[in-house]
Design a protein around this ligand. Structure first.
Ligand code: SF4
Ligand code: SF4
Length: 205
């Protein structure tokens, strides 16, 4: 029948309009900023750099391997690797000193929130934040985030993405346990050294 689609559309509109007074699911708008929706765990906006313990600089997990810089599609990450190594402050690298990013910048005006940097990082060092109220009138400095601006504690990651953070913590713990087990296994597999000859044994013969 001619116009059936229009009638069906109007019925659906009326159903949603009147239904929004009685059903929470049909009320899709909220009075932001007085009212806020709880963000889903998968919500992501821009990346942040994870640090452990209470010192953002010493505890940064990033080892400046630059994989994320190479893989970032719009090339908005810029890293300068340190010349020296810093101590393994948080113990996640089994006590081995690591390189660190002397400079780590992300131009968030270019970042497209694709999360590729997170997926390629072998060190659980970069994750996606869900903060979205980020407007600024500083067009240049305000949108180029340096490592201090990017640094967030692991507790922040655990709070916003608890499932992923638990997996990440478990992966790091497993890696650390494996690294620590290696020297012990090597020592056990090494052939036993012959006992040193007793002094005077040669002269007795
Ligand atoms: S989220 Fe995507 S665009 Fe943004 S820094 Fe990471 S890789 Fe680059
Ligand atoms: S964030 Fe990860 S991938 Fe990027 S430089 Fe640091 S350790 Fe490498």
């Amino acid at each position: 029948m001619l116009g059936i689609g229009i009638i069906q559309g109007l019925v659906e509109t009326a159903r949603n309009f009147f239904g929004s007074y009685t059903s929470k699911q049909r009320l899709t708008t909220v009075q932001f900023p007085d009212e806020r929706l709880i963000q889903p765990e998968a919500a992501r906006v821009f990346p942040f750099l994870v640090y452990d313990t209470d010192d953002w600089e010493k505890g940064l997990r990033c080892v400046a391997c630059k994989i994320c810089e190479v893989e970032c599609p719009p090339q908005c990450i810029s890293i300068t690797k340190s010349a020296d190594k810093k101590p393994d402050y948080s113990g996640i690298y089994s006590g081995k000193p690591q390189f660190y990013p002397e400079k780590f910048d992300i131009d968030v005006s270019v970042c497209m929130s694709c999360q590729i940097c997170v997926e390629v990082c072998p060190f659980e060092a970069i994750k996606m934040d869900n903060a979205f109220e980020l407007s600024t009138d500083d067009r240049f400095g305000g949108l180029m985030w340096d490592k201090q601006r990017l640094a967030m504690p692991n507790s922040h990651y655990q709070a916003i993405h608890p499932t992923d953070a638990a997996e990440s913590d478990a992966a790091l713990a497993e890696k650390k346990a494996k690294a620590e087990a290696k020297p012990a296994a090597a020592a056990a597999a090494a052939p036993a050294k012959p006992a040193p000859e007793k002094a005077g044994a040669a002269t007795e013969r």
